[in-house]
Design a protein around this ligand. Structure first.
Ligand SMILES: [Zn+2]
Length: 573
């Protein structure tokens, strides 16, 4: 399964030896960061990876595009789920396999600084990662770009898809007589999942043997891994939902500094926006960000205060989860599965409302992903802004002032709570715009709370708007469609209020005197959604989404799509 080029490099004593100065004296998370950085340089410059770098062509611009996807999980200009997509995915996977091979070598041969228990977690997580890439490829080909996917998209528009097909853990296909059938993941992908399950078996056996300083943590982890194995191997459709819910519950009990995250997000990859994407990761808490974590806790307090004052039923039901939520900045040493293509910047999980209400949520921030996204956002902003001095985006500021409130916002009033009153696709398409509105609404609250000055708010909101430019660049991406809907609605709202205008040279200008008006109007839309949720008023929620999607025809939105949408594609030629 491991790729040949990876094996060659790992076996190459010279390449491994050349990394020793970068890793020498480093232990723990610092060692993992050094390995990631040194393998990144090798992929970028070493002759062994040249054929991968030339995958899209040898021109500097084409190599740049390839490296962005492979090194930073940024994919603009690469058509989703086409032949090119899977070629680039394979290269991205090889880059990660390479890092993981070096991590394992470090854990086997260096004074790595991890406890036996922590070493077990990282070592086996790296093996599971390798196996997940194969599963993701098979999964993506099964849910996209085929006749069944096309038919499902059409039937969903007409509301003709039977409810049971919305199962999160099945693959739908069409039988010869044109009827839909579905099979659990384990039955649809016996080879890919069988491989993962066998690694889990070995992992569980090895973990049982290792000594752990905290025996309760070890017991919780074993309990979790055994349940995870059960979920992966489950072939009874009727058991899937329950087994995975139990997994979410067991996972919530793990509060250790090293976190494993299982397949948990749905809605980004398939036409019904309901299938859980293959995803697995290991995340280590990063102590370099202790001060930022303290500020995030204060923002959480401001949000608790706001929602405590709300009268509605969902406020009462959600306040416990909001208070119990844990938010911190993490380091991810390597990526796999859907995360090679879609790397989160902030995440609030699990998604099941019953688990969230009972157990709270875990919120993860990834500063590396945030920084990579900002690099793209800065380039796009430079292309459209009238005044280059307004191009000010900073990574930690984005996490603290924008992404934190967005993610904490998912913990309360999540649209899953009203899923019976709205379409499945509405739940997915509107939940991200709703979370973005939570962030804007919270910025407005941070002013009287004394956490931000008016000048800070001007900077933070401008930065928020400019980050959304990436959505217009990837305008036709179905994976990021919920965020695109949010971006279109925000830019239209900003233009309607005169907060954003186009000058006579067709450049974007920002009028700070209108920023509070923009926040007021954003709060109005936000509270329209919350009020409708409390009344279980589906039609109003559907209308808010329809208005947001209709922003596509607004002049400012059309302008941004024209300017930024990357269509350098080899369609049909
Ligand atoms: Zn979100």
């Amino acid at each position: 399964m491991a790729d040949q080029s990876v094996k060659v490099l790992v076996a190459d004593k010279h390449t491994w030896a050349s990394t020793s100065s970068a890793t020498s004296g480093k232990r723990g998370v610092e060692l993992l960061k050094a390995i990631e950085s040194v393998t990144r340089s090798i992929v970028k410059d070493n002759i062994s990876f040249e054929s991968d770098r030339h995958l899209l062509g040898a021109a500097p611009e084409q190599q740049q595009r390839l490296l962005k996807a492979v090194l930073d999980q940024q994919w603009p200009g690469i058509e989703e789920y086409g032949e090119e997509f899977f070629k680039v995915y394979a290269a991205a996977s090889r880059r990660q396999q390479f890092t993981r091979a070096y991590v394992r070598k470090a854990l086997e041969t260096l004074d790595h600084g991890f406890s036996t228990f922590d070493r077990n977690l990282i070592y086996y997580a790296s093996l599971v990662n390798d196996a997940y890439d194969c599963w993701y490829k098979a999964w993506a080909k099964a849910v996209q770009g085929n006749a069944t996917a096309k038919q499902l998209a059409q039937d969903d528009k007409e509301g003709k898809v039977p409810k049971e097909l919305f199962n999160h853990y099945t693959i739908i296909s069409t039988s010869p007589d044109g009827q839909y059938t579905q099979a659990p993941y384990a039955a649809a992908f016996p080879a890919e999942i069988g491989k993962i399950v066998s690694i889990f078996d070995e992992w569980i056996a090895e973990m049982s043997k290792v000594e752990a300083e905290d025996t309760a943590v070890k017991a919780d982890y074993l309990d979790y891994l055994k349940q995870y194995r059960t979920c992966l191997a489950e072939t009874d459709i009727d058991r899937l939902e329950d087994e995975w819910r139990i997994l979410d519950e067991k996972w919530m009990r793990i509060r250790y500094w090293i976190q494993i995250v299982h397949d948990i997000e749905y809605g980004y990859g398939d036409p019904l926006r309901t299938k859980v994407s293959p995803e697995f990761s290991i995340r280590l808490q990063d102590q370099d960000y202790a001060a930022e974590n303290a500020t995030i806790a204060k923002i959480q307090d401001v949000m608790v205060e706001y929602f405590q004052k709300r009268e509605g039923q969902l406020a009462k039901e959600g306040i416990g989860a909001l208070k119990k939520s844990l938010a911190a900045i993490y380091y991810l040493p390597f990526q796999c599965g859907v995360n090679l293509y879609f790397r989160f910047s902030g995440q609030s999980i699990p998604n099941r409302s019953e688990v969230r209400q009972a157990e709270g949520v875990k919120i993860y921030f990834d500063p590396v992903s945030t920084a990579a996204r900002e690099e793209s956002a800065r380039e796009l902003a430079a292309r459209v802004l009238a005044d280059p001095a307004r191009n000010s985006i900073d990574t930690v500021g984005t996490i603290v002032w924008h992404v934190a409130a967005h993610e904490i916002g998912h913990a309360i009033y999540g649209l899953d709570a009203v899923k019976d009153a709205i379409r499945v696709s509405t739940k997915t398409l509107l939940e991200e715009p709703r979370a973005e509105l939570t962030a804007l609404h919270t910025m407005r609250l941070l002013l009287p709370a004394g956490l931000l000055t008016e000048a800070d708010v001007q900077g933070a909101v401008a930065s928020f708007m400019l980050q959304d430019l990436r959505r217009f660049q990837m305008f036709d991406s179905s994976a990021t469609r919920p965020y695109t809907v949010s971006a279109m609605a925000c830019w239209k709202r900003a233009a309607d209020l005169g907060y954003i205008t186009l000058d006579t040279h067709n450049k974007v200008t920002i009028d700070d005197s209108k920023v509070l008006a923009f926040l007021d109007e954003s709060s109005r839309v936000f509270e329209t959604i919350l009020d409708a949720e409390d009344r279980s008023d589906g039609p109003t929620i559907e209308k808010v989404l329809a208005d947001m999607e209709a922003a596509e025809t607004a002049p400012i939105v059309k302008f941004l799509i024209d300017e930024l949408f990357t269509k350098e594609r080899s369609k049909g030629a």
